[in-house]
Design a protein around this ligand. Sequence first.
Ligand code: SF4
Length: 260
Amino acid sequence: MKVNYGSTVPISTVDWHGKVSIVFFLRGCPYRCPYCQNHELLFESNFVDTSLLEAEMKKSRPFVSSVVFSGGEPLMQKEAVKYLAGYAKKIGLLVGVHTNGYYPHVMAELIKEGLVDKFFIDVKAPLNDAEKYSKAIGCLDYSDIHIDSQKVIEKVSESISLALEKDIELEMRTTIIRDFMGSSDEVSETAKSINELTGSRGPVYVLQQGFAENAMMESLRDIKPLSRDELAELADVAHEFLDNIYVRTKEKGNEKVNFE
Ligand code: SF4
C-alpha cells in the first residue's frame, strides 16, 4: 500500500505529552492555515510504500511506546493510516492521531476497529464563529481551499463529540499567533464554545505557543511568539469555562495551569 509521506521523527517526547513516540508527518491537508509551519507538506506528493514506515516503527520500537500520525492532515489517508495503525498495534505501540477534526467518519472507523488510543484535535477558532474559523484555516487568503467554514465547524464539533462519546482520550488545542488568532476575546469564545459543545468544564484544552517564522503567509513571519506569561494570562481567561487547561511552550513544554 502507498502512503503520501512527509517525514519521520524516530523519537519524540513532545508530540504526546508523557509518552515517547515515533512521529510520522503525512502529506496533504484540506485547510490552508496562513500560519502553517508545515506548508511544504500541503502541495507536493511523495508516495512511498507503507513498508518503509513499518520498518521505521520497528527500528524505533525499543525506545518508544507509541506512534503519532501527524501532518498535514493524516486522516485524509484513511486506508494508509488504518493499515499503519494496525501494524503499530501488532508490535505493541499505542496510537495517537493529530487531526484538524475534518474527518469524523475516519475517526469513527479507527475507533470501531480499536486502532486509536488518543486524538489531538485542533480547535483553531471559536466553534460558533464561522468567520473567525474562515480566517484561521485560510479561506480568506487562499483560493485553492474549497471548503465551507460552517461545515468545518460542524465536522470539528462532531469529531470532538465522537471522541468523548466513545471515551477515547482527547486533547483539544488552539495555536495562538499574536495579532492573528488568540486574542483574549477569541480564547474566551473558544473555551466557551468547547464548554457549550461538551456540556462540561472537564475536557483537556491546550493553548499552544505558535511560531510564525516559517509561516505559509510571508507577512506573518515577523510575528513574535507569545511568552509563557502571556499564555498563562490567556489560560486564566479560558478558565471561566474550562478547568483542565495546559500551556505548551518551547521553553517549558507542557504545563498544567494551577488555578488555586
Ligand atoms: S496548520 Fe492548518 S494547513 Fe497546516 S497542516 Fe495543520 S491544519 Fe493543515
